[in-house]
Ligand binder design. Structure first.
Ligand code: ZN
Length: 386
């Protein structure tokens, strides 16, 4: 290709066009920004600097100056809710809904927000009413998730099963583990009422929808043991090891009880020793230790604690060792051992807690559903020394 002299003229032309385009852009930005009140930028600035109180004041000023700023209403409402100022959040969203000029999509969005305000304020009936209205709209998926949360809080397990099944069908997230829990909750209610057959039906349903549901097997074992069918109860509880070995810790106590009722305690102790070798656990060791202490005396319990301390060193095992030693120790050594034991005990109590893997909530008791974040199966059944 040959160079032609007119190409030289093209360069200044491109520069001129670029300059013109930039001017037009800047003018547009300046004109637009003049229509936005200064308080808006001040608010944004406060928000970016993590000063939500000052941001809120600045934004409230904008809303007063220009009531048509719908997006800002949404932002402020959500901010109020996050800060726990639920009265103000509710008023903000109710005001929006009263506007006759509000577009249909914004009206539905305001309803979703208002439903959340009511839910957080504990006004479950009102929240349920709002989200039920949204079921026939494009916001149905979101509404159903909140409805599920409401049914769980109300302990309305049948409605919860229905809502979760619908969500399971319509979303990519499987809900079968939660649905199994809802069946277990229904079974628990039936067991309290003495309706064992109905309870068993719910537990079978729980296992049908979620084969790994350890809770259903734990409860099924309880049900059988309550009917005096100790052998069947033991067989049911043993299945938990294949579902989730960590959950065995929740049943070893009652399993030993059932072995005892069948006059086969020794077999139970040997089985538990085997289980502990396969899956070391603080609490399972504890159960074994107390059972050995009761059945075979302090010397056998001391030996057990010493072996455990060698295999899995922990403060917990050390505490048990001190406990067994205290029983067999001569009078003149008892005070020293007692002091050491109390010291270790205070530490152990502080260190061993159940943890929610989802939000980090710590508790001295095991929960199937975290009381802090509401997640199911987020608690590790094993307590750990930190
Ligand atoms: Zn949690």
């Amino acid at each position: 290709m040959e160079f032609e002299i007119w190409w030289l003229l093209a360069f200044p032309l491109f520069f001129a066009l670029g300059w013109l385009a930039a001017r037009i852009d800047i003018r547009q930005v300046v004109t637009e920004s003049r229509t936005v009140p200064n308080s808006y930028f001040r608010g944004l600035n406060f928000l970016l600097n993590e000063q939500p109180d000052k941001a809120l004041d600045a934004f409230l000023e904008v809303v007063k100056l220009d009531p048509e700023t719908i997006d800002l209403h949404f932002t402020l409402g959500a901010l109020f809710r996050k800060r726990g100022e639920l009265d103000r959040a509710i008023r903000m969203h109710e005001n929006l809904l009263e506007r006759e000029s509000l577009a249909e999509e914004d009206r539905l969005k305001a309803l979703v927000e208002l439903g959340q305000d009511y839910l957080k304020a504990g006004l479950l009936d009102r929240s349920e009413e709002v989200f039920t209205r949204l079921l026939e709209t494009p916001f149905a998926g979101q509404a159903r998730r909140y409805l599920l949360e409401i049914y769980v809080q109300e302990k309305d397990w049948r409605q919860a099963i229905q809502a979760a099944s619908e969500l399971d069908r319509q979303s990519a997230r499987p809900m079968n583990a939660e649905i199994a829990h809802f069946h277990c909750e229904l079974a628990a209610l039936d067991m309290v009422k003495g309706e064992q057959a109905l309870a068993q039906q719910h537990l079978d349903e729980a296992l049908a929808i979620h084969r790994q549901c350890t809770r259903a097997n734990i409860m099924l074992g309880d049900l059988l043991a309550g009917l005096g069918r100790h052998e069947a109860a033991l067989a049911t509880w043993r299945q938990i090891e294949a579902q989730s070995p960590a959950h065995m810790v929740l049943v070893v106590d009652r399993m030993l009880e059932n072995f005892k009722k069948l006059n086969r305690l020794q077999e139970g102790l040997d089985w538990l020793k085997g289980l502990l070798t396969r899956h070391p656990s603080l609490d399972m060791f504890n159960t074994l230790y107390h059972a050995v202490m009761e059945a075979q005396g302090a010397d056998a319990a001391y030996q057990l604690a010493r072996d455990e301390l060698r295999r899995n060193p922990s403060l917990h095992a050390l505490e048990r060792l001190a406990e067994a030693e205290l029983i067999t120790a001569p009078e003149n050594r008892r005070e020293v051992i007692q002091n050491a034991k109390s010291l270790i005990q205070r530490h152990v109590q502080r260190l061993t807690r159940y943890h929610c893997a989802s939000c980090g909530f710590k508790a001295s008791q095991f929960f199937w559903r975290c009381p802090a974040c509401g997640r199911w199966d987020s608690f590790d059944p094993a307590r750990h020394e930190e």
